[in-house]
Design a protein around this ligand. Structure first.
Ligand code: GKR
Ligand code: MG
Length: 452
């Protein structure tokens, strides 16, 4: 009798918490700290291969990953679905997780929307793809759909970092860089003219043709002025704005009524109010404006997705693989495409491992995806890979190499881990830096962060 064929066995799972530097990016939640954190999963198998995955940072996610080790080590790389099933069976929901998700962008809840096991899925698929000699996107959904994946230029307002006392929170200074984008991204950018400069620098460096402006910072009218200036400068660009639900429905309708032909679609313009869920309010916003609506806030799991679709509340679902899994995100693209809806990807600050993972998931997504979000342009230069996938002409090329198609730079990973260990806190806190700009500032999900 012949023995069943064996695929390589995972001999070791290592979880490496890492950190990198960020700009003083402004959002409804406040001001980004000078650093951001992530967790890496590094798997080794008995064929001498290494698989990697990257996911959100913080102690909670790190502890969840460490607890999974006994379920991963000793398993064959081909059994990744079984391993994930086991993790799901045995995982206890966090006692503090109300299941509410991030309808009000309360970032303390993001860690429950992010599912740490998807970093394990990524690393196992990386190994399995390497074993089979095929890129990860060929293992997802209906296989590889495209060789290049369109990304958008993610524009942020940026505050003046010198307002934060030196020695308290030290932001990176790149004023001596020879790269115009690297210099600009660490400077203050708070006016429509500066937002246009930001887009110009991004077009020049990465060739983006589409842009998203992160709103929820200034008064809605001022942000719309920036959007108009962008459209004037880039008439062919698809432009959207995402205030993360900061506006009331009445405000959102008033702000958007004259924006047809300028804005391509709206992302989470309003959220829950007056006892109605964000899904119901977005449906009413669509009725009133006829704008297409994208979300990463009201559909973050399959149950929320059911209600979003039942109400026809959104047209574009930004299926972050860290929320939905890689298999889940691509499955979502199949559903959306067959219903005439659109798929995209949401992001948070990340390293280039996630950029490579977005390339794989974007390559496998069925239909015509919206250009994918990425924060990586704010981190470019702090890469953890030997060869970082490049964004050229606004697109990231899917590596031909098998699996995720990447190779870790171990020294850079060690450095990023050293930075992580030197930080006062590992969880995202956008209020701390904000309080230097506006003393006593507290989060209010219905008020842009600089409007108090
Ligand atoms: O980086 O602060 C940020 C963003 O505001 C992020 O937290 C959002 O989740 O980019 C995200 C979005 O599209 O809503
Ligand atoms: Mg969003």
């Amino acid at each position: 009798m012949t023995r069943a064929a064996q695929t390589p066995v995972i001999t070791k799972m290592t979880v490496v918490p890492v950190a990198g530097y960020d700009s003083m990016l402004m959002t409804l939640s406040g001001a980004h700290a000078p650093w951001f954190t992530r967790n890496l999963v590094i798997l080794e198998d008995n064929a001498g291969r290494t698989g990697v995955g990257e996911i959100h940072g913080g102690d909670y996610t790190c502890a969840c990953l460490n607890a999974m080790k006994p379920l991963v080590e000793g398993q064959q790389v081909s059994r990744y679905r079984k391993v994930l099933q086991q993790i799901h069976r045995l995982a206890d929901p966090a006692a503090q997780d109300t299941g509410e998700g991030i309808q009000t962008l309360d970032i303390s809840r993001l860690k429950y929307v992010v599912k740490s096991e998807w970093a394990v899925e990524c690393a196992m698929m990386d190994l399995f793809g390497q074993f089979l000699g095929v890129p990860m996107c060929e293992l997802l959904g209906e296989g590889q759909q495209r060789k290049e994946v369109e990304m958008l230029g993610y524009l942020f307002y940026v505050s003046d970092k010198s307002k934060v006392p030196a020695g308290k929170m030290q932001y990176l200074d790149e004023s001596a860089s020879s790269d115009p984008w690297f210099r600009l991204r660490r400077e203050e950018i708070l006016t429509p003219e500066r937002i246009v400069e930001e887009a110009e620098a991004l077009e020049e460096k990465y060739g983006f043709t589409d842009f998203k402006l992160k709103g929820g910072v200034l008064r809605g009218e001022e942000e719309m002025e920036a959007v108009r200036a962008l459209k004037k400068r880039f008439p062919r660009a698809r432009i959207n704005i995402d205030p993360n639900g900061a506006w009331s429905m009445a405000e959102a309708v008033a702000l958007c009524k004259d924006m047809h032909g300028i804005i391509t679609y709206m992302e989470d313009p309003c959220g829950p109010e007056a006892g109605y869920s964000g899904r119901e309010i977005l449906r009413e916003f669509k009725n009133a404006t006829r704008f297409q609506v994208a979300t990463n806030m009201v559909a973050t799991d399959w149950r929320q997705f059911y209600h979003t679709v039942s109400l026809n509340a959104c047209d574009i679902i930004l299926a972050d693989p860290h929320f939905w899994g890689f298999d889940g995100a691509v499955r979502m693209s199949q559903l959306l495409d067959s219903w005439g809806l659109t798929w995209g990807v949401h992001s948070n600050n990340h390293f280039d491992i996630t950029l490579a993972a977005f390339a794989q998931v974007g390559a496998a997504a069925v239909g015509t995806p919206a250009p994918l979000d990425t924060h990586w342009i704010w981190q470019d230069g702090q890469n953890l890979l030997e060869e970082t996938p490049q964004i050229v002409g606004g697109k990231v090329r899917v590596p031909d190499a098998p699996g995720l198609g990447v190779c870790l730079n171990r020294e850079r990973v060690r450095e990023a881990n050293r930075l992580y260990n030197s930080l006062p806190t590992h969880d995202r806190d956008d209020a701390a830096a904000m309080q230097y700009l506006l003393p006593g500032w507290v989060y209010d999900h219905k008020k842009p962060c600089l409007v108090r």
